[in-house]
Write a protein that binds this ligand. Structure first.
Ligand code: CDP
Ligand code: CDP
Length: 229
């Protein structure tokens, strides 16, 4: 079968990346976590005291940033590397979550990341999740899914995830972060978070993880059959 592009967008902590990862595994596709790329840029800016309001400084910093994904056989997923260093754990911490929406709204940053994402998906056979994948990175993606879920459900899921990494973060702090990011991501000028007209909407609030994976896999199969024409 000819390969397709699957774009999964939506609000924070709805289950986008875990679903995208599993769908990619089952289809033998590549999974690309576009949010991890913005998080890695945020980590670099944080470490180098780069502020968002100086375009020259931003462009220069971007030249020095190399982001890659390397498959970890033991964990069975791709980890994010920034200039050769594994930053998978660091970029998920709250101090990065609290800054990432500001950094990802910088036009130069978006332009650079979108270019890289398009290259990564050029050969198709890719599942990419983020905020503007279906609307901007791959407007012609064969399958677009937009995920949402209730705020409390999302915060509880994120809290559990952080706890598994020994980070105890109070629920109100997580809720505040999710709401603030949803707002900034939806209201920014460049490629805001929107629901693409041709996206399938998936509310994961009351779904189990296998149910939401099945939803996407079924649609993917339909689209692959259509694509083979
Ligand atoms: O996993 P979570 O939903 O918390 O966020 P993420 O997917 O890791 O994305 C982190 C942040 O990166 C988002 O809140 C956005 O500000 C930004 N992002 C973006 O602007 N465009 C994308 N395609 C992906 C992420
Ligand atoms: O990528 P995004 O921020 O949208 O969410 P995620 O990191 O994939 O999911 C947040 C957490 O919710 C993960 O630990 C998932 O395993 C969990 N979860 C889920 O995605 N779907 C459910 N139905 C239940 C839990």
């Amino acid at each position: 079968m000819r390969k397709i592009v699957i774009a999964i967008d939506g609000f924070s902590a709805c289950g986008k990346s875990s679903t995208a990862k599993e769908v990619a595994n089952q289809l033998g596709y590549n999974y690309i976590d576009s949010g991890a790329m913005y998080r890695a840029v945020t980590l670099y800016f944080h470490e180098h005291y780069i502020t968002s309001d100086n375009p020259k400084e931003v462009s220069k910093a971007l030249e020095n940033i190399d982001i890659s994904f390397n498959f970890n056989e033991r964990m069975a997923f791709s980890e994010t590397y920034l200039n050769g260093l594994n930053v998978e754990e660091e970029i998920r911490k709250m101090y990065i979550s609290n800054q990432v929406s500001k950094i990802s709204a910088i036009p130069e940053v978006r332009k650079d990341m979108v270019n890289q994402q398009r290259k990564l998906g050029k050969k198709k056979g890719v599942v990419m999740d983020g905020r503007d994948i279906g609307s901007n990175v791959f407007p012609n993606a064969e399958l677009k899914v937009f995920m949402k879920a209730d705020l409390t459900v999302r915060a509880e899921r994120r809290q559990k995830e952080l706890l598994e990494k020994d980070q105890l973060v109070p629920l109100p702090e997580i809720e505040e972060n999710l709401l603030a990011r949803d707002k900034m991501d939806s209201e920014r000028k460049e490629n805001p978070l929107i629901i693409p007209e041709d996206a399938y909407i998936l509310d994961t609030s009351e779904l189990t993880f296998p149910e939401q994976v099945e939803f996407v896999l079924q649609l993917a199969t339909e689209k692959m059959i259509e694509n083979d024409g």
